[in-house]
Design a protein around this ligand. Structure first.
Ligand SMILES: [Zn+2]
Length: 148
């Protein structure tokens, strides 16, 4: 089941830390970023295929935000547009600061568990997906229990 969470982030908020806090506070076991419309005064991203990060301090529009949210780790990619319309993006890091506002919607999947496990093929921890067992046994189990 999808349980949406929608909040407004205010000026000065660290975008990645705010998402991390939301996942923790709302006990999200598996989630995605559904939408984020807003602007940043500072961007901090890791670039594709690189170890180094890029920092920009200028007015930036958030034009997309995508993320896979596990309880212990939030893997988030962002793209932003500059004042001349040029778009850049990368892997979101701490230090990306909301300017006036950001409208954030997260989808929490209450019957799924997202996690991360080391994959020797990539050398990184990669996403794992499992179902959360329901507490109520299926009807067939109830019937067989009653017949005993
Ligand atoms: Zn990434």
């Amino acid at each position: 089941m999808i349980s949406p969470i929608a909040i407004r982030l205010e000026r000065g908020t660290d975008l990645k830390q705010a998402i991390q806090k939301l996942v923790h506070d709302r006990k999200v076991t598996a989630g995605t970023v559904a939408s984020c419309v807003g602007c940043l005064s500072q961007l901090q991203v890791r670039l594709a295929g690189a170890q180094q990060s890029l920092t920009l301090e200028e007015p930036l529009e958030i034009v997309s935000l995508m993320g896979t949210l596990t309880p212990a780790h939030q893997h988030i990619h962002i793209s932003v547009s500059k004042q001349n319309g040029e778009v850049i993006g990368g892997h979101l890091l701490n230090g990306s600061i909301i300017d006036t506002t950001a409208e954030l919607v997260i989808h929490s999947y209450t019957d799924l568990q997202f996690d991360r496990a080391f994959d020797p093929a990539t050398g990184y921890t990669e996403l794992t997906v499992s179902s959360i067992e329901t507490q109520i046994p299926p009807e067939s189990d109830l019937t067989s229990n009653l017949m005993r």
